[in-house]
Write a protein that binds this ligand. Sequence first.
Ligand code: ADP
Ligand code: MG
Length: 269
Amino acid sequence: MLAGMSIPPTTGRAQSPAIFVQGLEKSYKQLRVLRGVDFEVARGGIFALLGSNGAGKTTLVKILSTLLKADAGTARVNGLDVAEQPAEVRESISLTGQFAAVDEVLSGRENLVLVARLRRLRDPGVIADDLLRRFSLTEAGTRRVAAYSGGMRRRLDIAMSLIGHPPVIFLDEPTAGLDPQARIEVWQAVEELAAGGTTVLLTTQYLNEAEQLADRIAILHEGRIIVDGTLAELKQLVPPAEVEYVEKQPSLEDVFLAVLGGAGDQDER
Ligand SMILES: Nc1ncnc2c1ncn2[C@@H]1O[C@H](COP(=O)(O)OP(=O)(O)O)[C@@H](O)[C@H]1O
Ligand SMILES: [Mg+2]
């Protein structure tokens, strides 16, 4: 055995990538959702998994967070195999789903204190106040969550995911259904997460969200990762359009449409 439970997850496995996925497959009966997914996420920074509605993003996140078993392939999170060491994986991660998991009856502060207690941390009140400050929720902290806006709930949810300092955080469509202002507030919260050194994998179907936030972007389409790289690398996949001697750099949307078009041509259905 390599490491005991007492070794903090980040030290013993600092050499391994935060996330390693190879040949991952998953079907729901006849529906082949993941057909051999390969990618790697280095430690630190924000990695966006971009895909249309139904592409399989949630399925992939569920497998990585041990909520669902893959049919084939390998997935390691924080150097731990999700199939063989699910309990250790769960200690290394937090998962924030599309629908906020906060308790409406409690205040924002009480929610944070509750989670800190559940994680058996010292000074839950201090932890709660610190997180409220970092996520601009100090004033709202004593109010019931039922009275929060969508953006405030999502920020609280993200703040809760930080309790206990998990090295890897999954955010599944963190801004789905939010208005533009709330979306910007959540983006700031995600940047705050990554600034602390946490590895963030977020899923999104919004191209501008990936463009704004992510250090690296992978596009999941028809069961596979069809491209993976920095925004600059992805943009090089598409030749710049020339408009009256002025080069127009491709947007991520141009890249997305171009690579999806290419993938569709090769598809054998
Ligand atoms: N439990 C399930 N049983 C059957 N089909 C499912 C189940 N979960 C998801 N699917 C289907 O698998 C596909 C991928 O779903 P999902 O991973 O939720 O995609 P995304 O999160 O990218 O929108 C969709 O076609 C969805 O309808
Ligand atoms: Mg989803």
